[in-house]
Write a protein that binds this ligand. Structure first.
Ligand code: 15L
Length: 275
């Protein structure tokens, strides 16, 4: 990748840098920016040249103040990566998200790239392809926290003039693992490209984008944000034979809805009413 250390943003912070997406972005961003600060509540080791490690709890405003100092752009990944109880969702993914946005604002950070998830819109029927105008339709407490993060981003863009991106990540994996992921897979390489576009593209106010690879069966439409320049390279269909050789373990509710198993977990509704 081309080094761009003399261009904005020069100082980038990744929260949740020890997690699955964080580790891949950390490697993919290596040497791109003048300064890459990494934060997490879990240990992070071996800072490379140009990297700085500052451990912090994202719910702790006092701890975040030095972490945000002099940062141009925050890539906010910290929180949760799966469904959980309300105590954890409200604390880690809602309170933590608010505290990160507020600490960034107070520190004068210009841009936040927020890692949302497809579970913010998971209860839409799979029979419909989704563009970026579909209403938020969370499929659980985790999806609700992603919807909160997207709306928080809107607020911080409109009220405080910050530049905000929300990336609705699909299934971030080294390779697709099941039938649903033929639609929803996001490869590591495409994730690095997409997050780079969100970090580096000049001058947008608010953008939401699906974090999905160039899958033949993709059901999420990013054409409204072509201007962002994201050109995914990977296609889950290349793994189709391998996937179709495995048993199909998706239940009927999961199969009918974009969010898959996140929708069928705890489901006590009426599928015929979900249109
Ligand atoms: C997510 O948001 C989760 O973090 C991830 O583990 C997957 O389950 C993914 O969504 C998905 O929808 O496949």
């Amino acid at each position: 990748m081309t080094e761009r250390t003399d261009q904005w943003p020069r100082r980038v912070l990744i929260t949740g840098a020890a997690g699955a997406v964080g580790s891949v972005l950390r490697a993919g961003f290596q040497g791109l920016y003048k300064h890459l600060r990494l934060t997490d509540i879990s240990p992070l080791e071996d800072p490379a040249p140009g990297e700085e490690i500052m451990l912090a709890d994202m719910r702790d405003m006092a701890a975040l103040t030095p972490v945000m100092a002099d940062v141009d752009c925050v890539v906010h990944l910290a929180g949760l990566a799966d469904e959980d109880n309300w105590e954890k969702v409200s604390s880690l993914a809602i309170d933590g998200c608010y505290t990160v946005f507020e600490a960034a604002r107070l520190a004068g950070v210009k841009r936040i790239v927020y890692a949302s998830s497809n579970h913010a819109i998971g209860f839409h029927p799979r029979s419909k392809a989704l563009d970026l105008d579909v209403p938020l339709r969370p499929d659980g407490r985790y999806g609700l926290s992603n919807a909160f993060g997207e709306l928080l981003g809107r607020l911080y863009a409109d009220k405080y003039g910050m530049s905000i991106a929300a990336v609705r990540i699909g299934s971030f994996r080294p390779k697709p693992e099941d039938r649903r992921q033929l639609m929803t897979w996001l490869s590591h390489r495409d994730a690095v490209q997409l997050f780079r576009r969100c970090v580096e593209h000049p001058g947008y106010h608010y953008v939401c984008v699906y974090g999905v690879s160039a899958n033949r069966d993709a059901n999420w439409d990013n054409s409204q944000v072509d201007w962002l320049g994201y050109q995914p390279q990977d296609n889950a269909a290349d793994y189709e034979a391998e996937i179709l050789a495995q048993p199909d373990d998706e239940d009927a509710i999961a199969k009918a809805l974009h969010g898959g198993r996140f929708c069928s977990d705890e489901f006590d509704g009426d599928l015929t009413k979900i249109r």
